[in-house]
Design a protein around this ligand. Sequence first.
Ligand SMILES: CC(C)(COP(=O)(O)OP(=O)(O)OC[C@H]1O[C@@H](n2cnc3c(N)ncnc32)[C@H](O)[C@@H]1OP(=O)(O)O)[C@@H](O)C(=O)NCCC(=O)NCCS
Length: 141
Amino acid sequence: MNPQYRSATINDYDAMLHLWKSTPGMGLGGADSHEGIQRILERNPGLSTVAEIERTIVGTALCSQDGRRGFIYHLAVDAPYQKRGIGRALVDSSLELFRQEGITCASVVVYASNKEGREFWSRLGWRLRDDVVMFSTDLLP
Ligand SMILES: CC(C)(COP(=O)(O)OP(=O)(O)OC[C@H]1O[C@@H](n2cnc3c(N)ncnc32)[C@H](O)[C@@H]1OP(=O)(O)O)[C@@H](O)C(=O)NCCC(=O)NCCS
């Protein structure tokens, strides 16, 4: 059965979290709380996409843009449905949505240890940036 693609809503939270928790290679943190996901969806209306098969979410692409760049997070496809083109379709859809908002550059952060994830992005023609590293800080008290 072909997947259906539609915008993610906060009502999808439980199903998305279930997918992320059950998919190896995903990194989850405090920002993935219900409130955190609600905030990214509200600040970026229509930009995140889910893939559904028989009303079950089997793929997600969580996306944001800051006016200059687009970012893709939590690209995940449920293991039994991988290697069928769903990941590529989610990325293509995200890039088209970015284009419609005038965004011309997109990035994704992948764990260095995620060999399969790295191979996927390379296969899609994304360029590995070996000239940058990522720094983070926590703002919680
Ligand atoms: C990475 C992931 C999203 C790919 O989803 P998918 O639906 O299996 O990918 P697709 O079927 O659309 O594959 C697209 C292309 O990438 C290739 N590809 C997919 N996974 C690959 C892998 N592990 N190694 C090499 N190539 C791979 C496919 O062969 C396909 O190539 P083609 O279109 O030229 O034939 C999925 O494997 C996944 O959810 N992994 C766990 C979470 C993760 O690591 N996410 C990425 C980090 S953000």
